[in-house]
Design a protein around this ligand. Sequence first.
Ligand SMILES: C[S@@+](CC[C@H](N)C(=O)[O-])C[C@H]1O[C@@H](n2cnc3c(N)ncnc32)[C@H](O)[C@@H]1O
Length: 238
Amino acid sequence: MSNVDTLVEGLPKLNLNIEPEGIDKFRLYKDLLKEWNEKINITAIKEDSEIDIKHFLDSLTIFRTDIIKDNAKIIDIGTGGGFPGIPIKIKNTSTEVVLLDSLNKRVKFLNEVIKQLNLKNIKAIHGRAEDFGIDKEYREQFDIAVSRAVAPLNILLEYSLPFVKKDGFFISMKGPQIYEEIEEADKALKILGGQVQEKYEVELPFSDITHVLLVIKKIKQTPTKYPRKAGKPKQKPL
Ligand SMILES: C[S@@+](CC[C@H](N)C(=O)[O-])C[C@H]1O[C@@H](n2cnc3c(N)ncnc32)[C@H](O)[C@@H]1O
């Protein structure tokens, strides 16, 4: 079994607490991550303490925003190996979580994690954000969309904001380059109905890395012509 010692030591540094049952789930999650990573490419981060810091603790920094309320319905866009969606679900079991990724082999891994960790009220779906964003089962159905390491903000907003209900939030987990990205995303924000609400700078424990959690509030409905068809947001960002 993997150890999650660095995760356990890092939680108080983020003012977070996770019950022993949750810690056991992180341990099992790490076992599966390392096992599957031998067969399919999920993450370049392979060492125990690095997984704790750069995947688990980094994902959990999202709780510093106070946006994730009990029972919130959340979608993680481009979740990859489940970050930040699975740590969110382990920490707050009352949330309803949808994990979305365009790479099917990663979605298969996520389904195995959901099964083995016995997580409830969570599912992994395979496809592109541009396609699910026009599907009425998903469009404007979420209190919160989250995303880490998927695309520059002007592109990411077109992937994410269509999923968020009016008065809901999109939380983008970024590095310090976010400040330039915000300037470049001014037009996309206006078109898609978003407004910058807050920026939280968070120091990642046991590292010299500072990440920024950008909280965008959805202040009006997204026009039905967005998202444009798959590939278009990236080819021709707003
Ligand atoms: C660099 S990985 C980041 C994964 C994870 N969020 C993390 O922080 O570790 C980006 C992920 O986004 C997915 N992705 C990229 N564009 C997408 C799109 N348009 N719709 C859905 N998933 C997408 C990719 O398949 C990939 O798994």
